[in-house]
Design a protein around this ligand. Structure first.
Ligand code: ADP
Length: 260
């Protein structure tokens, strides 16, 4: 809170009173803290793979290269960490692009089914590797006005998470419902679940319940932040419900005709 006070003097120099301006800067301070946290997080996330790439390269150049199996193993680590850096930079650019004012959506009328099918095709490799399956209700007739590629990206992010945070041989359920004005997409998994007190922070940039597990599955910690931004850019909103050990449901609520 910043407080500013000034006397109010009348025409004849008489004292009329005092004017006090109270300015609530809590929100400004909070935003500044969020920004500082973000820079610290980005730096940390970038530093981890860079340190690893540097370390393994130096060890190789110091002589470890002579052994074929060590050479291959280290090069694979360097490749994995470079891929990680690339994903991270791609997601960061993506997020800053979406956050910029005047960010353009390319809206067209599409069927929900084609968006879902394209997203499933993209994650099909991961699905098969974990022997997981997807069940859906019948939504073949439902259409909405959205940015098709962005919506596919949202679905890929949600499905990837549902796969990453579930055990093998489990099922993901996609339920689509519609009302006059909205389409609701639910992605429900039978995965590890999320504690209630973690739920409010889930859509924050770099927020992860389990950092090690997220890294292991190739996550950048930015997926849900991107989902939230993209859906809000469409005039919609996101929600989540979860129970530890039972599973998680993510909901996307979209106006049928986009407001943009
Ligand atoms: P990440 O790249 O780490 O997956 P996200 O932004 O996509 O980042 O998700 C943030 C965090 O939310 C994840 O690290 C994970 O802890 C948790 N999470 C997301 N989706 C699920 C899910 N379906 N089941 C359990 N936890 C999840």
């Amino acid at each position: 809170l910043s407080v500013y006070g000034a006397p109010v003097i009348g025409k004849h120099g008489n004292w009329l009173g005092i004017i006090v301006v109270l300015h609530d800067i809590t929100e400004l301070i909070r935003l500044e803290e969020v920004r500082k946290d973000f820079v610290a997080n980005v730096s940390h996330e970038l530093r981890t793979p860079i340190t690893s790439i540097k370390g393994f390269t130096e060890t190789l150049l110091d002589g470890a290269m002579a052994e074929q199996n060590v050479l291959k193993e280290f090069l694979e680590i360097i490749q994995k960490e470079s891929n990680r850096l690339q994903l991270l930079v791609d997601d960061l650019l993506e997020l800053s692009g979406i956050e910029r004012e005047g960010f353009d959506l390319h809206i067209s009328k599409v069927t929900v089914a084609e968006v879902i099918q394209d997203a499933i095709n993209i994650v099909s490799g991961k699905l098969i590797r974990k022997d997981m399956s997807i069940e859906m209700n019948d939504f073949s007739q439902i259409t909405f006005e959205v940015d098709r590629d962005r919506l596919i990206q949202v679905m890929v992010n949600l499905l990837s998470n549902a796969i990453n945070y579930s055990k093998e041989h489990t099922t993901i359920r996609i339920n689509i419902t519609e009302s006059d004005r909205e389409v609701i997409i639910e992605v429900k998994d039978e995965g590890i679940g999320i504690k209630q007190d973690e739920l409010p922070r889930l859509f924050e940039r770099f927020y992860r319940v389990d950092r090690a597990r997220s890294r292991e599955s190739g996550g950048t910690g930015l997926g849900l932040a991107i989902v939230k931004h993209l859906i809000e850019a469409h005039g919609g909103h996101v929600a989540v419900e979860s129970e530890i050990g039972v599973g998680t449901s993510f909901f996307i609520v979209l106006p049928k005709g986009s407001e943009k």
